[in-house]
Design a protein around this ligand. Structure first.
Ligand code: ADP
Ligand code: ASP
Ligand code: MG
Length: 437
């Protein structure tokens, strides 16, 4: 059994939905769907109005979205009977969303609103497949996808509930399930964060020991640099799990940051494929490395660098522990660290407690902060015995000021910190130097 996940653009119109239905019919796999493109953004916008106690603003977007969906229903189904069923489905969902314009609106209600996009897209696809004569069965995500008290997925629960559902419906032609949404440890509706349908797919893949996890999107696999900023990027055919995990974490939007881990632990290959061009080979993520090859570059935005300089650091045991403890106290993860005998630089992407952190760090030295930075991450087979990769990276960036360089934490990545205003130039320079023969 395989797990096939289709992202927002892949199911972004009636035509796309038909294409996806053709791609998935005929094999008994688990199909995970995102909300149709733009829907979750609209649901976020509706929630923003409701937080601001502006029901009119919310209703305007709800009505626009409902009209759009009425158009999708008209275009998707062939028969009046299925058009009516689908219309009833979307009417019910939008009426439900409208109920939130009348009451108190909190984080709890927001999560319920955000869940509607995937419930609608999978509901529509289920009806379409049924109209085509495919015996598709819905696996309700809220019945098996759960996070624990640390907001981490609960694999034992997911496996147990999901396997029970599959057992119950052994005669299905295929299974359909919403990505992104889940219940939390308190049984409330929650989600796996924006872009989290990829995570749903890999959690399911690991739970059922799938043969393969396929992430179908709007591009022919992982490119060697961010195509939104760099010209002339090309697909990478093979990535090691670690390489893919680093790229996803450091900003390659094609994959949700946490989605590689479950597949890696269960050793299930992940294939990135293009719904718009299903025959394209895409990218295979597995346990294999290509010796000495630099594969790709990604960038993570909104980074703040903090330097603590201390004359007393030399030979001071416990200095780093004290510094890191301050970040821990404020629940602020550190991305990158570099040290010297006189100080340490760290980066964070969550500035919520920055002032408190800086204040506490002042106990141990002189503190300076650099805002608006970007981590540029170069990924590939970079064992320290391999020669030349550091020189190539540094050479590529010879005209760009670099605030921090980090290597040695893994065999797969060199990270560099540059100013946000230099991001595009840095990415392009790396592509030009590393990937053009
Ligand atoms: P989906 O809605 O299918 O989940 P996403 O928009 O989340 O799709 O991810 C696909 C997009 O990721 C691509 O359209 C592309 O613009 C962007 N992207 C960023 N970095 C990369 C990369 N290195 N390779 C491929 N795509 C990338
Ligand atoms: N629909 C959600 C989002 O837009 C989840 C996803 O697409 O993966 O973030
Ligand atoms: Mg995505």
């Amino acid at each position: 059994m395989k797990v096939l996940k289709f992202g927002g653009t892949s199911v972004g119109s009636a035509e796309q939905m038909k294409k996806v239905a053709r791609l998935v019919a005929g094999e008994k796999n688990i199909v995970v769907l995102s909300a149709m493109a733009g829907t979750t953004n609209s649901l976020v916008e509706i929630s923003e109005y409701l937080y601001k106690k502006n029901p009119d603003g919310a209703n305007e977007i709800i009505n626009k979205l409902a009209t759009k969906y009425a158009g999708h229903v008209e275009a998707l189904y062939g028969s009046p009977a299925y058009k009516a069923k689908a219309k009833a489905l979307i009417d019910e969902r939008f009426d439900y969303i409208r109920t939130f314009t009348k009451d108190l609106f909190t984080l709890f209600e927001e999560r319920v609103v955000l869940a509607q996009g995937e419930l609608i897209s999978t509901g529509m696809m289920l009806l379409y497949l049924q109209e085509q004569g495919v015996k598709a069965v819905m696996l309700p995500a809220l019945d098996y996808m759960r996070t624990d008290k640390n907001a981490e997925p609960d694999p034992a629960y997911i496996r147990e509930k999901l396997c029970a559902l599959l057992d119950e419906h052994q005669d299905a032609d295929l299974y359909l399930t919403p990505g992104y949404i889940c219940r939390n440890a308190y049984g409330e509706i929650d989600n796996l964060q924006r872009g989290g349908s990829d995570y749903t797919a890999s959690l399911i893949g690991a739970a059922v020991h799938a043969e393969e996890i396929q992430i179908w999107t709007d591009i022919d696999g992982m490119h060697n640099n961010d195509p939104r900023f760099v010209e002339g990027t090309a697909p990478v055919r093979h990535l090691h799990f670690e390489e893919a995990a680093e790229l996803a974490y450091f900003g390659a939007k094609i994959l949700h940051p946490t989605c590689v881990q479950p597949a890696k632990y269960a050793n299930i290959p992940v294939r990135l494929l293009n719904t718009m061009q299903p025959q394209a080979p895409g990218t295979l993520i597995s346990n294999a490395t290509e010796k000495g090859k630099i594969k790709a570059v990604a960038a993570k935005d909104n980074i703040t660098a903090i330097r603590i300089k201390s004359g007393r650091m030399l030979l001071a045991t416990g200095f780093l522990r004290k510094v890191f403890e301050i970040f821990e106290n404020f629940q602020t993860p550190i991305d990158m660290v570099t040290t010297s005998e006189v100080g340490v630089s760290c980066t964070i992407d969550n500035r919520k407690h920055l002032d408190d952190i800086v204040n506490d760090l002042k106990k141990y030295g002189t503190v300076s902060v650099d805002d608006d930075m970007v981590i540029v991450c170069v990924v590939g087979d970079m064992k320290w015995e391999n020669l030349g990769f550091e020189a190539s990276i540094v050479n590529a960036l010879k005209d760009i000021p670099v605030r921090m360089i980090s290597y040695g934490g893994s065999n797969y990545n060199v990270s560099l910190l540059v100013k946000a205003s230099d991001k595009k130039r840095a990415l392009q320079a790396l592509s030009d130097y590393l990937f053009k023969n």
